[in-house]
Design a protein around this ligand. Structure first.
Ligand code: AMP
Length: 190
């Protein structure tokens, strides 16, 4: 089973991805992580990526596609992938479909963790209290949330039309969300 997971920063995507990976023995492909690893390699490609990311832009669809092909083509990960941070636009949606077809796989489930801006703000304030510091993290987080939701909207719409999308209520507790996701995965595994 291959899964795609979406959610704005602060939605608990990382926590839930880790849970799914462990429980169902999947492998997480996070494009942000792959890109950061490439930068650490100090290759020519890594240096190019570093410049792009540091300027706040998205890396080209081709670079990201080449990086994830290494995982999709690897028999060890066949039908065991959970994509995080990918696809980010409609070209990447097509690229992912084509790559999966090429290696005789498909997406079985698309999850969108949905949380309101109010909840994101509350979570940030709670975290700040724990860390005992007050800064302008809130306004940055609000911007990131709004950007994320706006940019990902056509991608989400595409998966909705394809009947692959399930929206999970990210307002619930970590345990409740994990249970809901488990139920979805079990029902697909049959
Ligand atoms: P993230 O860790 O997902 O926030 O990604 C960090 C940075 O990596 C982003 O700001 C982008 O510059 C780049 N990046 C991650 N995923 C993608 C993607 N699917 N397409 C293009 N750029 C990406």
């Amino acid at each position: 089973m291959n899964i795609v997971i979406f959610g704005p920063p602060g939605a608990g995507k990382g926590t839930q991805s880790n849970f799914i990976v462990k429980k169902y023995n999947l492998y997480q492909v996070s494009t942000g992580e792959l890109l950061r690893r490439e930068i650490l390699n100090k290759s020519a490609l890594g240096q190019k990526i570093e410049t792009i990311i540091n300027s706040g832009n998205l890396v080209s669809d081709q670079i990201v596609s080449d990086l994830i092909e290494k995982y999709i083509s690897n028999k060890i990960y066949k039908n065991r992938l959970i994509f995080d941070g990918y696809p980010r636009n409609l070209i990447q949606v097509k690229n992912l479909d084509n790559l999966l077809k090429k290696y005789e796989q498909k997406i079985n489930l698309v999850l969108k963790l949905s949380v309101s801006l109010e909840t994101i703000k509350k979570r940030i304030i709670e975290r700040q209290l724990l860390e005992k510091r007050a800064d302008d993290k809130e306004s940055i987080a609000v911007k990131r949330y709004q950007m994320y939701e706006k940019n990902i909207e056509p991608v989400i719409e595409y998966y909705k039309q394809s009947n692959l999308l399930t929206v999970v209520n990210g307002e619930k507790t970590i345990g409740e969300i994990s249970d809901e996701i488990s139920g979805l995965i079990e029902s697909i595994k049959g």
